[in-house]
Design a protein around this ligand. Structure first.
Ligand SMILES: CCOCCOc1ccc(-c2cn(C[C@@H]3NC[C@@H](O)[C@H]3O)nn2)cc1
Length: 448
């Protein structure tokens, strides 16, 4: 057995998101989001599932916080639903929505748990999608107005902020591949969305500074680490494109003030250009304080001219997979964190990492050994990364509890806590107690 000790001030947490857990979709003055619309569109979400009830955390958040206290976390990542705050996206402020999040955040603070807030975790007000979504500058300005409302309301209570969760999913999964809301399938639209959200990010950071909001602010890209199937330059280039679209496409504008030229050229070949306006890149490259990194898996990729706009195809290498079909390979997290150093040794939090394991209750227990094995591997890599001197400051497991997994609906379970969606009874899984022990000791005991 090996013991890996973590730094004394290391943050241990879990993560969730508003649309995935809250429910109460027609309560508290909440407006319609693009995910309400998308989930009601036949064929978009498995089984026609939607977030109307979800885990009912809107009503059961005190019970959730009791679970967090039992788990022993000191940090909880959640997102605020924009449609609860400004229901029509750009109009009147809904006081009832603000009051809900004040009650929630106050309970977190009472429990000694640090709120780690994501402003946008995919639930765009439908009214803004109706005018073109992130590709319309009116949506950008509406986001800044929403962000400023939240900054003014929660400065002093919240000290860790993320503007956007997984910009690649917002732009490309949702507007090029059409797999997430709003379901567009157009390259130019996806590039317009990516640019719009980057401008919104930069403007929100400017407001954050101007308002003197407490704490630190950043953004949370999701990682797509890839290594070449062969030593051919074509396969390496296919990997470079795949990695860059999730990471460099967003972090180069933020840290360097310019898009990665090789990708701009690649998209130009496909007839798409970035709609940059005067001053945009200066706005986008506002200095940020931290990065959230979401890591689940990595790929072995090769060049294939038929494999989508990137002409990059993931090869099935026969690795163990989770129940959502993603290979279990923690090495990519280590490799990526060293890749990230090209932006400097910035403060990083793993804001999502976890395994979809669909074990069910057996005699009142969930023996999710495969999830424990996943976390053991990934936390061992986290320890290696910290030992290499990289400023990795905290880790948030995705997710506290089973919840609405977007287009997969409720069939895919990422939680440390099992949720019975009929009764809404929460049952900690064996992985919950394993993670509880890691947090209590602030060290990882591995069987290797
Ligand atoms: C067949 C082609 O497929 C293309 C890739 O399709 C996907 C789908 C889904 C994801 C995905 C889902 N998650 C987990 C979430 N992160 C945020 C939080 O809300 C979690 O629920 N991360 N990435 C990636 C890629």
């Amino acid at each position: 057995m090996t013991i890996f000790k973590f730094p004394q001030d290391f943050r241990w947490g879990t993560a969730t998101a508003s649309y995935q857990i809250e429910g109460a979709a027609q309560e508290g003055g909440r407006g319609v989001s693009i995910w309400d619309t998308f989930a009601r569109t036949p064929g978009k979400v498995f089984n026609g599932d939607n977030g109307d009830v979800a885990c009912d955390s809107y009503h059961r958040y005190e019970e959730d916080i009791e679970l967090m206290k039992k788990l022993g976390i000191n940090t909880y990542r959640f997102s605020i639903a924009w449609p609860r705050i400004i229901p029509d996206g750009d109009g009147e402020i809904n006081r009832e929505g603000l009051d809900f999040y004040h009650r929630f955040v106050d309970k977190l603070l009472e429990a000694g748990i640090e709120p780690f807030c994501t402003l946008y975790h995919w639930d765009l007000p439908q009214t803004l999608e109706d005018i073109g979504g992130w590709g319309n500058r009116r949506t950008v300005d509406a986001f800044v107005k929403y962000a400023e409302v939240i900054f003014k309301e929660f400065s002093g209570k919240i000290n860790f902020w993320l503007t956007f969760n997984e910009p690649w999913c917002i732009a490309f999964l949702s507007n090029l591949l059409g797999i997430h809301a709003p379901g567009n399938k157009d390259l130019q639209t996806s590039i317009n969305v990516a640019h719009g959200l980057l401008v919104a990010h930069g403007k929100a950071v400017q407001s954050f500074r101007r308002l003197g909001t407490t704490g630190q602010i950043g953004i949370a890209p999701n990682v797509c680490w890839a290594e070449p199937y062969s030593k051919s330059p074509e396969d390496q280039a296919a990997c470079d494109r795949s990695i860059a679209l999730n990471t460099d496409w967003f972090l180069d504008p933020i840290y360097k003030g310019a898009y990665p030229q090789f990708m701009v050229d690649w998209f130009a070949e496909a007839g798409a250009t970035v709609p940059i306006q005067e001053g945009d890149m200066e706005i986008i490259s506002q200095p940020i304080d931290l990065l959230g990194i979401n890591y689940y898996t990595m790929g072995i990729n090769r060049f294939n001219p038929e494999a989508g706009v990137l002409q990059s195809e993931e090869v099935d290498m026969g690795l163990t997979k989770t129940d959502i079909g993603w290979p279990v390979e923690s090495r990519g997290l280590y490799e990526f964190m060293h890749y990230l150093q090209k932006y400097g040794n910035v403060d990083v939090y793993i804001t999502e990492n976890g395994a979809c394991i669909n074990d069910d209750l057996e005699n009142g227990k969930i023996n999710d050994d495969r999830r424990i094995a996943y976390y053991e591997q990934h936390l061992a890599q986290i320890h290696r990364i910290i030992n290499d001197g990289i400023n990795l400051k905290g880790y948030m497991a995705w997710s506290l509890m089973d919840n609405f997994e977007w287009a997969e609906g409720y069939r895919m379970r990422f939680g440390l806590v099992h949720v019975d969606y009929r009764s809404l009874v929460r049952t900690p899984k064996e992985s919950f107690y394993w993670y509880q022990n890691v947090i209590k000791n602030n060290w990882l005991e591995t069987r290797i």
